[in-house]
Ligand binder design. Structure first.
Ligand SMILES: NCc1[nH]cc(CCC(=O)O)c1CC(=O)O
Length: 332
């Protein structure tokens, strides 16, 4: 059996797909790459005008659902938290670097870039955290692939860009980095640096093969991060950074989760952390998100699911489901 691996044609996508194909071949399987062109590749309009980051995943998922391909490799951070009907994440291979990186003119760091410097990023998460630093930098929307973005610094059109280190590493562009941003300043997107290998739920043969690529620590971490994001997406419209790390507790593994919830203008900035058993990663993430929601002002919370239902302050402590034990916990 030859496994057909669906991939977007961007260099990052083909590099990541090639990485997974290599791992599968090393296990003795035959793999064939099938290229899929997505709306996000054809159309360079701002992502929110063409359906958000989900546009990339949607076309690849369609090829999977229709049976044109057997598996697909996604950057986990680009994969919507809502599960796709009939599909599952069959493997999360060992995660690469989770951090964001700065590529600035003249080898500068964030702290050395003077007020008024133009930093290219269209990510509300990065814009909000840069604003929170209060250094007077100006964020400029930017799109296109990693190389195009870096070229805007080289040409002098921008003073800097912020990109995921994992993507730069995979493309062999680590040397262009002028500062690695510590998560203390810049929390990454949920799932950043991790890959998701997706297949059809009813394809038992492919599932069994892909399970060999799964890394349990990566899975626990990204499960917690995506649970935070999913819960916040339901209740808040703010930009979110979240990072979960697996740490040794006394006699078991724990998942330590940090989050930033902000706003584009820097008016809202909430940084908190939360710990729980790694085997309960999903619940730990969800409980943490509930704690965050309880601290957010009404303006940051979204519409209730029922339009005629409860008003804006929908997520308050007493509204939480009974099995949520937040009374016993405090956000750190
Ligand atoms: N949103 C685009 C995207 N999706 C995945 C990566 C990099 C690799 C990763 O984070 O897994 C990037 C580029 C970036 O944000 O700099």
């Amino acid at each position: 059996m030859t496994l057909r691996l669906g991939t977007r044609r961007s260099q990052l996508a083909t590099t990541q797909s090639g990485h997974v194909a290599g791992a599968l071949r090393a296990l003795g399987h035959q793999v064939e790459l099938v290229e899929i062109v997505t709306e996000g590749d054809r159309n360079l309009a701002p992502l929110d005008q063409i359906g958000g980051t989900g546009v990339f995943a949607a076309a690849v998922r369609e090829a999977l659902t229709s049976g044109r391909v057997d598996l697909a490799v996604h950057s986990l951070k680009d994969l919507p938290t809502a599960p796709a009907p009939g599909l599952m994440i069959a493997a999360t291979p060992p995660r690469a670097d989770v951090r964001d990186a700065l590529i600035a003119r003249d080898g500068l760091t964030l702290g050395e870039l003077p007020p008024g410097s133009r930093i290219g990023t269209g990510s509300p998460r990065r814009v909000a955290q840069l604003a929170d630093l209060g250094l007077g930098h100006e964020c400029v929307p930017i799109r296109g692939n990693v190389e195009t973005r870096i070229a805007q610094v080289t040409s002098g059109a921008l003073d800097a860009v912020v990109l995921a280190k994992a993507g730069l590493d995979r493309l062999g562009l680590t040397h262009a980095i002028t500062e690695i941003l510590d998560p203390i300043q810049m929390l990454p997107a949920a799932g950043q640096g991790a890959l998701a290998v997706e297949c059809r739920i009813d394809d038992a043969a492919t599932r069994a093969i892909l399970a060999q690529l799964d890394d349990p620590d990566t899975r626990a971490a990204v499960t917690a991060e995506r649970a935070v994001l999913a819960r916040l997406e339901a209740g808040c419209t703010a930009p979110v950074g979240v990072l979960a790390e697996i740490v040794d507790d006394i006699d078991a593994l724990a998942v330590f989760v940090r989050a930033f919830v902000g706003s584009a203008d820097g008016s809202l900035e909430l940084r908190r952390s939360h710990t729980g058993p790694a085997v309960e990663a999903h619940d730990v993430g969800r409980r943490f998100a509930n704690l965050l929601l309880a601290e957010l002002p009404p303006g940051a919370t979204g519409e209730p699911p029922d339009p005629g239902g409860a008003p804006a302050a929908y997520f308050t402590r007493h509204d939480l489901p009974e099995n949520d034990t937040i009374e016993k916990e405090t956000a750190q």
